[in-house]
Write a protein that binds this ligand. Structure first.
Ligand code: PLP
Length: 402
C-alpha cells in the first residue's frame, strides 16, 4: 500500500483512513458471484458508506456490478446525485412528509410503510409534474418490529400502490432481524410471513416490480432469500455480518486507519499518563503520542485496552484516550521514530492486527459501529492499483483526484 503518495491533496493530516477501491470492487464481484444472474445487487452506502465515504464507494460499486444503491436519508441520496450518480437510489429509512418533494426532485426512490407518507409522495409527484411516476418501495414488517407495515396493512397499501397513477410500485421488501445467526428460526418465520403476503398479492393480480429481502448475512447463508434483488452492506466492506457468517473466500476488509507517531517521550517509573492518571508506569518506559482520539472515532472505551501496531511492534494504549490524542507504550527493543506509520485499524485479518472486528470485540460491539464511527474529521484517501488516486474530506465534502 502506497499511502505515502500525498498527491495534491489539501488535508494531509497524519491520521487518515485509507480505502482500497480495488478491494471493494473485488468484494462486489465476489458477492455478485453468489447471486444468480437475474438477481440485482443493491450496494448499501448509507452512513457515508459505513464510514468509507459514499461517493467513491458508490461509483465503484456500480462499475463493479451493483445495479442499485441504498441510503438511509434523503440527504445521503442527494449527495450521490450531486456527484453525478444516475443509478436507482432507494431511501431505506422512514422519511418525513415534508421531505417527499425534495426526494422526488432528486429522483430518489422512497420507502413507504404508512398511508400518510404514500399520500405525501403521490401529492408531491403531482406537484412536481414528473414525467414518470414516483418510484415507491413498500416495506413490510415480517417480524423485526422496527420499520414496516404489518402484512395486513401492507396489503392495503399495495392495493393502493397498484392503482395510483402518480406512483409506481417499484418494489416490496422486508428486513431480517437475525440472519447473522444462521441457526435461528427467526429468519425462516420471517420468510414464511413475507411469502404469504406475496402469494396474497399475486392472487389479487398485484405485481411489484422487484421483491427483496436479503441483507449481507442472508445473502451469504440463506440462498432462498435472494428474490429479485439482494441488499449488501457490511460484506462489501470486507467485514463479516457476525463471526458465524463467513465471507466468500478472497474477500478482505477495505479500510485501514493509520496515523503517525507525533512525539516520543520517556515516562519515568511512577508517573501517571493522561486525564485522570488511570495508567501509572511500573518502570521507566518510552511512550509515543498518536494524533487521534475519540473525536476521530477511536473510542474512549479503548483506554488502557486498545493496541496499535508500528513496524510489527504492538503498542498498547496507556491512560485514557482523549478527544484528539492517544498515548501508547513503546517496547524497549523497538527502534521507532517520530513520523513512523502506526496502524490503528488493520485490513489484514491474517496479521493479528487490530481489525475492526477485533476492536468491536474489545468494545463489546459490532464492526459496523467501528467503521461508521470514524468521524468526518479523518480524511479518506482512496487507493487504486496501490496508489492514492483521490481524497475526500467528509467534513467539507471536497473530493480531490490526483
Ligand atoms: C443497512 C441495511 C442493509 C444492509 O445490511 P448489512 O448487514 O450491512 O448487509 C440491508 N437492508 C436494510 C433495510 C438496511 O437498513
Amino acid at each position: 500500500m502506497n499511502a505515502e503518495a500525498n498527491g495534491p491533496f489539501v488535508d494531509r493530516r497524519a491520521t487518515r483512513a485509507i480505502v482500497d477501491l480495488d478491494m471493494y470492487a473485488t468484494n462486489v464481484r465476489l458477492i455478485r458471484s453468489r447471486l444468480a444472474p437475474h438477481v440485482d445487487l443493491m450496494a448499501i452506502v448509507k452512513a457515508n458508506a459505513y464510514g468509507h465515504g459514499a461517493r467513491l464507494i458508490a461509483r465503484t460499486a456500480l462499475a463493479a456490478g451493483a445495479s442499485d444503491l441504498g441510503v438511509a436519508t434523503v440527504g445521503e441520496g442527494i449527495q450521490l446525485r450531486q456527484f453525478g450518480i444516475v443509478a436507482p437510489i432507494l431511501i431505506l429509512g422512514p422519511i418525513q412528509i415534508a421531505e417527499a418533494e425534495t426526494a422526488l426532485r432528486f429522483d430518489l426512490s422512497i420507502t413507504v410503510a404508512d398511508e400518510s407518507v404514500l399520500d405525501a409522495v403521490a401529492h408531491a409527484a403531482r406537484a412536481t409534474r414528473r414525467a414518470a411516476p414516483a418510484a415507491v418501495h413498500l416495506k413490510v414488517d415480517s417480524g423485526m418490529r422496527r420499520f414496516g407495515a404489518n402484512p395486513e396493512y401492507a396489503l392495503a397499501l399495495a392495493s393502493r400502490l397498484a392503482v395510483d397513477p402518480n406512483v409506481s410500485f417499484a418494489g416490496i421488501f422486508t428486513h431480517f432481524a437475525a440472519a447473522d445467526e444462521p441457526m435461528a428460526t427467526t429468519t425462516r418465520d420471517q420468510v414464511a410471513c413475507f411469502r404469504a403476503l406475496l402469494t396474497n398479492l399475486n392472487e389479487r393480480g398485484i405485481k411489484p416490480e422487484r421483491v427483496h429481502a436479503a441483507n449481507s448475512a442472508a445473502l451469504l447463508t440463506a440462498s432462498g432469500t435472494h428474490c429479485d434483488l439482494a441488499r449488501a452492506g457490511i460484506a462489501l466492506y470486507g467485514l463479516r455480518p457476525s463471526p458465524r457468517v463467513p465471507l466468500v473466500s478472497g474477500m478482505r476488509p477495505v479500510l485501514t486507519l493509520t496515523s503517525r507517531i507525533a512525539r516520543i517521550f520517556d515516562v519515568p517509573s511512577g508517573d501517571a499518563v493522561g486525564y485522570g492518571g488511570t495508567y501509572r508506569a511500573a518502570s521507566d518506559i518510552r511512550a509515543a503520542l498518536i494524533p487521534l482520539g475519540y473525536a476521530d472515532g477511536y473510542r474512549r472505551g479503548l483506554s488502557n485496552k486498545g493496541e496499535m501496531i508500528a513496524h510489527g511492534w504492538r503498542l498498547p494504549v496507556i491512560g485514557r484516550v482523549s478527544m484528539d490524542q492517544t498515548v501508547v507504550a513503546i517496547p524497549a527493543e523497538a527502534d521507532l521514530e517520530v513520523g513512523d506509520a502506526v496502524c490503528i485499524v488493520s485490513s489484514d485479518p491474517a496479521n493479528d492486527g487490530p481489525t475492526a472486528e477485533r476492536l468491536a470485540e474489545l468494545l463489546d460491539t459490532i464492526s459496523y459501529e467501528i467503521v461508521t464511527g470514524i468521524s468526518t474529521r479523518v480524511p479518506r484517501y482512496y487507493l487504486r492499483g496501490g496508489n492514492v488516486v483521490a481524497s475526500e474530506s467528509l467534513a467539507t465534502g471536497v473530493v480531490e483526484f490526483s
